[in-house]
Design a protein around this ligand. Sequence first.
Ligand SMILES: [Zn+2]
Length: 153
Amino acid sequence: MNRTEASDLATRISQTWPRGIGANVWEDELVDLEVGRAGTAFVKLRRTARSAPSIAEFFEMYSSLHTEDRSTRPDDCPRCDNQGTVATMIRTDSGAEVWGPVSACSCEWGRRKADALAKAAAWNVRELDRIFPARHDTPSAPPVSAAEPISMF
Ligand SMILES: [Zn+2]
């Protein structure tokens, strides 16, 4: 979407959740997205979210929506069923078969999911650096991990 569309949607989001993230921050995050799908994500979150959504929650909703534009919709993936993630069975030392770590699928769905999560994680790092500027150089700083919201990876 263009800057004006991003600004309009950012304003609607920040008016819906006035105590949440500011419109200027939303605008920067939204400008790279498809306008129709981002609008749908906003409407769905407005109907379901119990509190102001984080950027990560917005991107999660956004990436869960199938784009209306068939030309940009990736081919169906039988490996991950278009979820973008796959898990494999692994055998433990004791011989039990259990599910191993979840990882991004090698398909376009997986690439998009990984992109969205990387963007959310990068935003978290910037935000944590802003809130806890000394978190990298103070041994006694609380263990704040930017990866927590995306522990599925
Ligand atoms: Zn896949």
